[in-house]
Design a protein around this ligand. Sequence first.
Ligand SMILES: *Cc1c(COP(=O)(O)O)cnc(C)c1O
Length: 372
Amino acid sequence: MPNFIPFLRPNLVNVEKYINLLQEIDQTNIYSNYGPINTKFEQVILSDYFHNRGSVTTVNNATSGLILAISESKRKNARYAIMPSFTFAATPLAAIWSGLTPYFLEVSPGSWSLDEKLVENALQELGDEVAVVVPYATFGSAIDLTYYNSLQERGIPVVVDAAASFGTNHINGQFGIDFSGSIVFSFHATKAFPVGEGGLVYSSNTELVRKIRMAGNFGFDENRSSISLGLNSKMTEYTAAIGIATLEHFSEKVKIRQEIYKWYKQLAEGKLLSKGWGLQETQGSIAHQFMPMLCPKELRNNDIVQYLLEKGIQARTYFSPACHQQELFISCPKGDLSFSEDIASRIISLPLWEGMKYSDVEYIIESLNKVE
Ligand SMILES: *Cc1c(COP(=O)(O)O)cnc(C)c1O
């Protein structure tokens, strides 16, 4: 038995790989404000991941990115941000900071992502009161954006919380490419593309990204006169340096993570799935952040996390409680959320990090197999 398997072991690129960029910063004395290293970072991402179609802007974290994207695209005089309850608290928090009220809807049982039919029903019912729709690409999975594209065309803005989906490929390449709403990625240390704190907003709509970037710089126009409700979301040159160095090793990191995911899946497909355990139905080739699983209905995730800890395995229960069960969001309007509540009591996030061995995964699955 291994001594202790942590849930995550963030593994940022080693300083040797970007020391030359740090020395450049010492030379230029430019530390922030979309300096040369940030510009390079954005250019490489735009060309290598988005084939130079549309625009990107870096942000200091995905939460700022969500606030800016929601604020800059929301319909005026409307109140609601439609979103799943099964997401991280940053999604509804961003809506509230943008002056909106989260409106929680149910996720689909297979994908654990916002149920489009329910979105459509809510749009029919709420009409002009809907300011924005904020789906979440759950746990780094891709989601089909066809329906959300049609919403954009109908004049209903869409901001996708794709926090864990940078490096996830779908039909046309990087998830989100060519989407005319906003796609918001996180580069937090715990995500697959880690720089510490950071993020990125992409849209095929260059004008929208320009507005988001302007709002992220105090809402200043060319004359340094605030023209929108801005904030400071700028990424430092130091962080951008880590970003550039991370890009060089990223595809390797993703491959390792996919391999570990495959081990989990193969080992779980034997016994566990026949005993009522569940896996997410995913789309695309995913840059996995961790390994989410549902325990059988008659069990409780918190008991299993405790049991695993006794076995030396650290697990989590992302995202439990669901947002609508958290104090701040309890009074937000919502649809029927019985599946979200079910999943919140069954979701278990298992360790997945570069450096995990096959025997670690075997040990984790064996331990789960012994749960009564
Ligand atoms: C990580 C995460 C965020 C927040 O990202 P930060 O960069 O830490 O602000 C938002 N939404 C979801 C779903 C996340 O997983």
